[in-house]
Design a protein around this ligand. Structure first.
Ligand SMILES: [Mn+2]
Length: 350
């Protein structure tokens, strides 16, 4: 996958230079922890270090982009200078202070390439869709098997480790973010870090996890009960969160703003008196990054389009008691939302 020409067409500059790992992955389709992608009207060069040369050359064989060893950031900039580039596009919001200083030293007129990346990366092509679909399938397969492994007395940390192991067993190259496993009242902390808490009968369990497959992410959350307990209030509120999830899922469409999408779930929870416990946004774009454009939140003017992939994840949290979140990774096609997930979202008691 060589997207360098596609991005270059979107910017107005003599050349563009890209350093960030995720943007480099988007441009080249090749994952690497170090490198620079240079593009002008005539050529694209992926400058990297000797560790990646062999892999990059074989991955980019036959593509427009060529692969070369970079000696240093300065040598890459010297090369660009030698090509008489004046206007250079870089993703301004990704620059570190040293990056900005060295660009200044070389006297380039800097143009921001971030909006072009945002625009192009948010619309997934068929290949990207199939990689995300696979990342979702792996997460769900791991989840189903994981449910059979949960037993009284197990800790959150061991559970998180096992869930991650299962995702790798089924082909994930990594988790897409730090796996959240929360038992009992820990579920009220939306981003709880797994600890030594052990599972007891009647506890709510919240799992928020996902994996990376060939560089693309999945993201899902399920909340359920581990056996019967004194759970009447939990069950009522679960119904409300499920209702909010389904209302958003069934009504989000292309052309609406992230704010309008968020309001679908938030307004539904308001009718149940629960909106003030919905303390985060409805969703976020998913792709090479676990959080990317667009945002589905109270303040988002982002307009949703066909080809966008994002999460739908309403949740409510009661400090010291419990929290409930239900999340699918979804996509827009022909104006409508479809889920990548097949796992049931109705309340489950294990
Ligand atoms: Mn999420």
């Amino acid at each position: 996958m060589d997207n360098t020409k596609k991005v270059f067409r979107e910017i107005e500059a003599d050349a563009m230079l890209t350093v960030s790992e995720d943007l480099r992955k988007y441009l080249t389709g090749f994952g690497s922890s170090f490198g620079y992608v240079y593009t002008d009207a005539q050529e694209s060069i992926f400058f990297t270090d000797p560790r990646y040369i062999e892999g990059a050359k074989s991955a980019l064989k036959g593509e427009f982009i060529s692969v070369e060893v970079a000696q240093s950031e300065a040598s890459v900039l010297e090369y660009i200078k030698s090509k008489k580039v004046k206007k250079l596009a870089v993703p301004v919001n990704r620059l570190t202070v040293p990056n900005a200083e060295i660009l200044k030293k070389f006297r380039f007129k800097v143009v921001d390439s971030s909006p072009a990346f945002e625009k192009l990366m948010s619309v997934k092509n068929e290949e990207e869709m199939s990689l995300i679909r696979k990342a979702c399938e792996i997460a769900e397969k791991a989840y189903s098997e994981f449910l059979g492994f949960l037993r009284e007395g197990i800790s959150e940390t061991e559970s998180a480790g096992y869930l991650e192991y299962l995702m790798r067993k089924y082909g994930a190259e990594d988790r897409s973010f730090q796996t959240i496993v929360a038992f009992g009242k820990n579920t009220s902390v939306p981003h709880h870090a797994p600890d030594e808490t052990s599972l007891k009968k009647g506890m709510p369990v919240l799992l928020d996890f996902g994996c990376r497959y060939k560089g693309y992410c999945s993201d899902m959350t399920r909340t359920f009960l581990f056996g019967k307990g004194d759970n009447a209030e939990f069950c009522d509120i679960y119904e409300a969160v499920y209702g909010a999830h389904m209302r958003a899922f069934e009504n989000i469409h292309s052309g609406m703003t992230g704010r309008a999408a968020d309001a679908l779930a938030r307004d539904y929870l308001k009718t149940k008196g629960l909106d003030k416990f919905f303390t985060h946004s409805l969703g976020h774009g998913i792709g090479i990054n676990i959080h990317e454009f667009p945002r589905l939140s109270v303040s988002s003017n982002d307009v949703l389009k066909d080809g966008y992939v994002f999460s739908v994840e309403p949740g409510v949290y009661f400090e010291g008691k419990f929290g409930i979140r239900i999340e699918d990774s979804v996509y827009l096609e022909n104006g409508k939302v479809y889920s990548f997930m097949n796992t049931d979202k109705k309340l489950m008691t294990l």
